[in-house]
Design a protein around this ligand. Structure first.
Ligand SMILES: C[S@@+](CC[C@H](N)C(=O)[O-])C[C@H]1O[C@@H](n2cnc3c(N)ncnc32)[C@H](O)[C@@H]1O
Length: 306
């Protein structure tokens, strides 16, 4: 196993590129068609510490510029996954996926799923129902796209269920590899006592990105997160032998992303495992412990080492 080649500007032989600065600068340095998967959660224009709140049309114009560049660098068989919540103005919500969809459609992309990411914790609303989901818009560039369903199947609820009549009577009726995880994903969000929590106010859970990386890319492919934050996409990609490009405006978040990669190389980074059931206080024994990951690229082949 060789160390991760982590650099700060694009080089074809790097394993990870973390650019401190505007994502448009990183994107401008990338060749057309390089990236197999863009997965990101952009700023939601809510006035978080890392963003200045813009008028909605200025925000959408800014997003349009980034999206157009992401499409330029996307491989013909590649995918874009844009994870968003609501823009909130004076108590009124605008689901950002609704506002952003026309931008992707105008780029000629094809919407494959509108994935609901459901989680249990968040602010309690008093004048509307508390929000407990966000959305991932999954687009492909063409009708010929990578989709590795077997890599992300989840356990069948009734794995021993059999056909009870017809020519296949007595055979298992479900796929023994598991079932399709569907377009509603229940994954805990990264709040105070989550094992992956850093100082970032809205991190991706690594397991959310892992499912997209495994389903939509092959080992050795480039994955891009233009709004990288503390590098959750990078961890998910590197864990599975993919290469990663990320941009982040805030230097302290980039430092944390670098530190997370270093910890993972040393086999000391803890993440919540993909197959861990959501905590049930009535069945605590079902809860799997955090997983320790180790990343590193082998000399000859790009493969996961854990
Ligand atoms: C919603 S957060 C993403 C968090 C990330 N998914 C993670 O797991 O850490 C959006 C991030 O985009 C960064 N950002 C905002 N505008 C940017 C820009 N133009 N270029 C690069 N990063 C930007 C913010 O500083 C913030 O950390």
């Amino acid at each position: 196993m060789s160390p991760i080649r982590l650099v700060d500007r694009y080089a074809p032989d790097a394993d990870a590129v973390f650019h401190t600065g505007d994502c448009l600068d990183l994107l401008a340095a990338l060749p057309d068609g390089l990236v197999q998967l863009v997965v990101t959660s952009p700023p939601y224009n809510l006035g978080k510490p890392y963003e200045s709140r813009l008028d909605l049309s200025a925000y959408l114009k800014q997003q349009q510029r980034v999206i157009a560049e992401c499409v330029r660098v996307l491989h013909p068989r590649g995918s874009i996954c844009w994870e968003v919540g609501n823009f909130v103005d004076d108590g009124e919500i605008l689901p950002l996926d609704i506002a952003l969809y026309p931008i992707f459609a105008a780029q000629g992309l094809h919407l494959r799923n509108r994935i609901i990411w459901h989680y249990g914790h968040g602010l309690h609303a008093s004048r509307r129902f508390s929000g407990r989901y966000e959305v991932i818009l999954w687009f492909t560039r063409s009708d010929d796209y990578v989709f590795n369903l077997d890599a992300v199947r989840v356990p069948q609820r009734y794995p021993h269920k059999k056909y009870f009549k017809g020519p296949r009577k007595g055979e298992l009726s479900g796929n023994p590899l598991g079932k399709n995880p569907s377009d509603v994903w229940e994954i805990p969000n990264v709040k105070a006592n989550h094992v992956e929590k850093t100082i970032h106010p809205c991190q991706f859970p690594v397991e959310l990105v892992e499912r997209l990386v495994l389903a939509l890319t092959q080992a050795g492919d480039w994955v891009l997160d233009p709004f990288m934050g503390v590098g959750s996409t990078a961890i998910a990609a590197l864990m599975h032998g993919r290469k990663v490009l990320g941009a982040e405006l805030m230097p302290e978040y980039v430092s944390i992303a670098r530190e997370r990669v270093r910890l993972a190389e040393e086999g000391r980074l803890r993440i919540r495992p993909m197959d861990r059931a959501v905590y049930d206080p009535n069945a605590p024994a079902r809860s799997a412990p955090p997983r320790i990951v180790q990343i590193g690229f082998k000399q000859q082949e790009l493969s996961l080492t854990e």
